[in-house]
Design a protein around this ligand. Structure first.
Ligand code: SAM
Length: 312
């Protein structure tokens, strides 16, 4: 077990709280599809597209996905490289500078739930850490949880937000370090950060064994979605795994999968060289909030991928 007292709060300018459950589905996919078969497969090249949380609260929450995946790879003693692409320079700066992650002690009436708790515990377990809670939040961390204060013109809503914020300050935060391997790889270039639009980003062909592009495509128009999916499909190597989802978040409503009214159906997947290996359809939600998570594998014949093959 690591000594939790060794965690120090670094004086970094970019610090936002973490949404622990982000990355839970990619973590499951990585474990089930790659790590269970990993004996002797060599290093894993991981691509994460859109690592930050959206900015509907005026501030990006910390991207937990890279740290969840890195912690699991570290726990499995799996050698890895990671490339993270995000269009938001704040997200890239955050990952570049971050040394700790933290989130407020749960307020079940607000934004955190048992999924966050489970994800946080998995993360701690992967890294052999015990849960550490700071009850008196240091001044330099207080502004980091201010994202929960919604900038609203509604005075009543702002009053509630203020109470929530004050409550969070009273309850304290869970705090943990970032995986050592992640920090080391960030320093030596094995974790690479790219600020850019995935639809315009040049990535090496036939390179990544795993790609997560979650909770992002719904915010893009159809043409950009197509370019983004094409880009990551080309960059996967044969047998590589891609996780994508349908998620009609507020502010983003472009459907993706054909069964939800989008363009990505079986013919398009075939032309991209992808096949679906697992689907979780949370169809009990309202149509506006339908959530479908899919795990896909790139078929081993890369020549199947052809940009012309994607129907306009
Ligand atoms: C809603 S967050 C998703 C974060 C994380 N993947 C998750 O599942 O919680 C969307 C992220 O994608 C980034 N993003 C939006 N459009 C993008 C684009 N065209 N290319 C790359 N990143 C983009 C945003 O900056 C943000 O960090």
């Amino acid at each position: 077990m690591s000594d939790p007292e060794k965690i120090t709060i670094p004086p970094v300018p970019v610090r936002t709280e973490t949404s622990p459950k982000r990355g839970t589905f990619p973590r499951r996919a990585l474990r089930e599809c790659l790590l269970s078969e990993s004996a002797g497969v060599g290093p894993t090249n991981v691509l994460i597209v859109g690592a930050g949380l959206n900015t509907v609260y005026g501030k990006s929450r910390c991207p937990h996905e890279p740290y969840q995946l890195a912690a699991m790879l570290e726990a499995a003693t799996q050698e890895y490289q990671m490339t993270i692409v995000d269009s938001n320079p704040e997200v890239i700066a955050d990952i570049q500078q971050r040394e700790i992650i933290f989130y407020p002690v749960e307020d079940r009436d607000w934004d955190y739930d048992e999924e966050d708790e489970a994800a946080w515990n998995n993360y701690l377990q992967d890294l052999g850490l015990i849960d550490r809670i700071i009850h008196k939040i240091p001044d330099e961390l207080q502004s980091a949880i201010s994202f929960i204060r919604l900038a609203s013109s509604d005075q009543g809503a702002n009053r509630i937000d203020e109470l929530v914020y004050q409550g969070a300050l009273r309850r304290g935060v869970h705090i943990a370090k970032i995986p050592d391997t992640f920090l080391r790889k960030l320093a030596n270039g094995e974790v690479e950060l790219i600020q850019g639009d995935i639809a315009m980003t040049h990535l090496p062909d036939d390179h990544f064994g795993f790609c997560s592009m979650m909770n992002l495509l719904c915010y893009l128009d159809v043409e950009t979605q197509k370019s983004a999916v094409y880009t990551v499909a080309c960059s996967l190597k044969g047998g590589g795994v891609l996780v994508l989802n349908e998620h009609r978040a507020p502010g983003g409503k472009t459907p993706l999968f054909a069964e939800a009214g989008g363009w990505l159906g079986e013919p398009e997947l075939q032309s991209l060289g992808l096949e679906v290996v697992d689907v979780t359809d949370n169809n009990d939600k309202s149509p506006d909030f339908r959530v479908i998570d899919k795990i896909m594998r790139k078929k081993s014949i890369p020549s199947v991928v052809d940009r012309q093959g994607i129907e306009p």
